[in-house]
Write a protein that binds this ligand. Structure first.
Ligand code: TXA
Ligand code: MG
Length: 326
């Protein structure tokens, strides 16, 4: 697509409101990743999101609202589990899949009778949502298939010339997309692991969740595409000490949890959290994947993270990045 805009980066909410009310798209900061926002009630505006991202229309969009009280405007039924979790975690990195009302265009949900609602926890975006009279549909602000952006500069790298405005809210604090949940037959189902851990959800509702994080298991989610979040450089997951010998003559980069692997003679090692803090590792993950892509490496070797708390979401993103090269 030919460039349509000179993309501006600024902190003015007034400018963002102007573009959005004219049915244009604006990149917005959230605590998880940057989103590419448009008026969720305007098909014309929403179409521009798909166009700018080069995203297939069968992949539905999350609708961002200013507070949870708004949910009843867009959903016909809020299950008690959903209500309980919303009270505990809104605003925050949790997205709720709920039956939609007619005011939400089918384009937003890709024809599904369910809409994904989220209240983002970021001052600028909450002020923006207060200032407009409509909710904001927003997928992550990256070209389809690439690593999600966690700074305004990342958004520009992917979408320069394709969007008019990036609202700069600094670096994203969580660094991973929201957890997506819904209810099926009175069970709480997790469709995507993300910024709120499964442990935190189970503690809140006092019962186990069902995991449906692969598209073939999720009847009413169109969307967890396997090859996603991918770097251009091939990425493989495993133990660096083993894999290192398999790629003896290659230019290797390693993404590690807390080890420094100082004994390995490789081109670059990123240690995401020397203090073994999974939240800190999550915050650094996408930035590191992007940086790794600039190193001209032959292969990125990424460790398996502990399968608990945000470690699950980190492993999920790394698995999806790896899937492309399998
Ligand atoms: O943290 C986040 O969730 C970020 C920020 C910007 O809010 N957004 C984000 O959007 O990650 P996106 O589009 O990259 O991922 C949203 C996921 C997709 O896999 C999509 O298929 C799923 O949510 N989704 C959205 N609406 C849905 C619906 N109505 N039914 C099923 N899945 C839905
Ligand atoms: Mg995305």
């Amino acid at each position: 697509m030919k460039d349509r805009f000179t993309t501006k980066i600024d902190t003015s909410i007034t400018s963002a409101v102007e573009y959005l009310t004219q049915d244009e798209v604006v990149a917005i900061p959230t605590e998880t990743v940057y989103g590419l926002a448009a008026n969720a009630l305007s098909e014309k505006a929403v179409l521009k999101i798909f166009e700018a991202k080069n995203r297939p229309h069968f992949n539905p969009l999350i609708v961002h609202i200013k507070d949870w009280k708004e949910a009843e405007k867009y959903s016909s039924f809020i299950h008690p589990y959903i209500q309980q979790l919303a009270l505990a975690f809104c605003p925050g990195p949790l997205t709720f899949l709920v039956p939609k009302k007619d005011c939400i265009p089918d384009l937003v949900t890709a024809g599904s009778p369910y809409v994904a609602l989220r209240v983002p926890n970021h001052n600028l975006s909450l002020s923006l949502l207060q200032a407009v009279s409509f909710p904001l549909a927003a997928p992550s602000a990256n070209p389809f298939g690439y690593v999600s952006p966690v700074s305004a500069a990342h958004v520009r790298q992917g979408l320069d010339g394709k969007i008019p405005y990036i609202l700069d809210g600094g670096d994203c604090t969580i660094g991973l997309e929201s957890t997506i949940i819904g209810v099926e037959e009175d069970a709480l189902v997790v469709y995507r692991v993300g910024g709120i851990s499964i442990e935190a959800i189970e503690t809140c509702i006092g019962t186990k969740v069902v995991l449906k994080t692969h598209q073939d298991q999720a009847p009413h989610t169109a969307g967890q595409l396997k090859s996603h979040y991918a770097t251009h450089t091939p990425l493989i997951m495993g133990n660096p000490l083993d894999l290192y010998t398999d790629y003896a003559n290659k230019k290797i980069g390693i993404i590690a949890f807390h080890n420094t692997y100082a004994e390995l003679a490789v081109a670059k090692i990123w240690t995401l959290s020397p203090s073994k803090d999974l939240s800190e590792a999550a915050t650094h993950l996408f930035r590191t994947l992007r940086e790794a892509d600039t190193y001209d490496l032959d292969i990125i070797i990424a460790e398996h993270f502990p399968d608990q708390d945000l470690g699950r979401a980190i492993n999920d993103r790394l698995h999806r990045a790896q899937a492309l090269f399998k």
